[in-house]
Design a protein around this ligand. Structure first.
Ligand SMILES: [Ca+2]
Ligand SMILES: [Ca+2]
Length: 507
């Protein structure tokens, strides 16, 4: 902070003498930010080591080009809404009351009085621009709210994925490769359609590629101000639709399933002694139709497609005038189960669901580093403030991890993930402690038991570690905010939010 104050003083003095020189000095000093979100990407990425067959050459190349790969990064909440709302607002779910996908961050008193991350950058001299999913889309009484109001410029995506219906497998529709599957009790679903298939029209017709191409073009532009460019890719979020060429990377006859233990819940018990879980409907439907392996293959194909789009964005940066003065942050909003703990999807406090990809590259850095210290997406707001020399912002829940970018082996505090009001996990370098409101308690030695098969909670040999981690659990949880007010069919964006926010005296 001292250095940055000194910098401002020097700039101020220079400004008095050479007003035109200040703009130049500031522009040279302030790095741009390229902020790339990948929806529902877990650690099945080469440089994260989560799957031996994952083919992600673009993310891996980027990791090798002097990035810091955070292999033990976690989400504030294990679904889109709370994770992204926390990252963007800077407030953890237990403080904002945003625990699920049905709450709008604008209903939080904290968000109403504080600038979000893009707003803070805009208010401090940056040009902020975005396309694709960064915030979790909500509705308001006046229309749609995809977070457009946070940016100086927000570009809508065309949306939708054309798919070849003859290739579609869908649990919700009970279809296998476009044909009716045998009758099943397990088809009824809530949430996104559990489906996969091949897109029509090739890569260039896909929403994510168009978004990536837009970002690459945006990166060629020159601006008077430093920029904060936020790009959101929507895959590998369900349904797993991807172009044929990415399916072709994964031969059908190979095994892609992670190792699964049928008795995994024998040691995860409710206070009444009953097992706290078992096979979910997704799992049962896939098992009934012998599709467990194909589901994993579909996710991998979709991941390779997302990686291709990341490559398009990064190639845009490499050939741009900003290549040497841009901080790059690539993040996934949470993890994803593909059969582990007998389930699919996200939303749990096991590491499969809380761990998310996070890669940060500073301008000019050439040495690739791996950081295994526990960090969290909540830390990005204060980290980017520090990296871009913006004024310090008080009250944020995260901690700047700038010291880890220079020395990834530094001692570091454990980090939290919140799932609903009253449920939390605490991760440190080695352990995952899970506390649930309904009384389930778990402790895993993730370092030696990465699949979290053996629950050690309460065992005498782990008492010390357990007690140390329990200290990091939230003392209280803010009450969950009410679900969003529906727009009652009003089409279009809610255009009243940004003018309202600009009028506020935000902290
Ligand atoms: Ca997500
Ligand atoms: Ca177990």
């Amino acid at each position: 902070m001292y250095l940055s104050n000194l910098y401002r003083l020097v700039c101020f003095s220079v400004c008095l003498l050479f007003p035109a020189g200040l703009a130049l000095a500031e522009k040279a000093e302030k790095p741009n930010v390229l902020f790339v979100a990948i929806d529902d990407l877990n650690d099945w990425v080469g440089c994260f080591g989560g799957h031996p067959e994952a083919i992600t050459p673009n993310l891996d190349r980027f990791a090798e080009e002097g990035s810091v790969v955070f292999q033990n990064a976690h989400c504030p909440g294990p679904v889109c809404g709370p994770s992204r709302s926390a990252l963007l607002s800077g407030f953890m779910p237990y403080r904002s009351g945003i625990y699920g996908n049905s709450q709008n961050m604008l209903d939080s008193g904290l968000v109403q009085t504080h600038a979000t991350l893009p707003e803070y950058f805009s208010g401090n001299g940056y040009f902020t621009v975005s396309r694709g999913k960064i915030a979790h889309r909500q509705t308001t009484a006046k229309g749609s709210d995809p977070g457009h109001w946070m940016y100086d410029s927000w570009v809508p995506s065309p949306g939708g994925y054309g798919v070849d219906r003859s290739t579609v497998t869908s649990r919700d529709k009970n279809l296998i490769h476009g044909k009716k599957a045998p009758p099943s009790k397990h088809t009824k679903s809530s949430g996104s359609e559990f489906a996969w298939g091949v897109t029509r029209g090739g890569v260039r017709k896909t929403n994510d590629f168009l978004t990536a191409q837009w970002a690459a073009e945006e990166l060629q532009k020159s601006h008077d101000k430093p920029f904060f460019l936020a790009v959101g890719l929507s895959k590998p979020h369900l349904p797993f639709y991807s172009p044929q060429e990415f399916w072709d990377l994964y031969p059908e006859d190979k095994n892609y399933r992670p190792e699964i233990r049928e008795n995994d819940f024998d040691d995860i018990l409710l206070p009444n002694g009953k097992k706290a879980g078992g096979k979910t409907k997704d799992y049962l439907w896939l098992e009934q139709n012998n599709l467990l392996n194909e589901a994993a293959r579909a996710y991998l194909a979709c991941t390779s497609f997302a990686d291709h789009c990341v490559g398009t964005i990064l190639d845009g940066l490499r050939t741009s005038p900003h290549a040497d003065n841009t901080i790059v942050v690539i993040w996934g909003d949470h993890g994803w189960h593909l059969g582990e703990k007998l389930r699919y999807r996200k939303g749990s406090l096991w590491s499969e669901s809380t761990r998310c990809p996070l890669i940060v590259k500073l301008p000019g850095s050439e040495k690739p580093l791996i950081c295994r210290r526990p960090v969290n997406l909540i830390d990005l707001y204060p980290t980017l403030i520090e990296l871009c020399h913006l004024p310090e912002k008080k009250n944020l829940d995260g901690t700047s991890f700038v010291p880890l970018l220079k020395n990834p082996g530094l001692e570091w505090q454990p980090t939290l993930t919140i799932r609903g009001e009253g449920n939390a996990s605490v991760h440190d370098d080695r352990w995952n402690l899970i506390f649930e409101k309904k009384g389930v308690r778990e402790l895993y030695d993730v370092k030696n038991d990465p699949m979290e098969w053996t629950n050690l909670f309460g065992k005498p040999e782990v008492q010390e570690q357990q007690a140390a981690l329990e200290k990091f659990l939230p003392a209280r949880y803010e009450k969950q905010l009410p679900p969003v007010e529906k727009s009652k069919g009003k089409p279009g964006l809610d255009e009243t939010i940004r003018p309202h926010r600009l009028k506020l005296d935000l902290q």
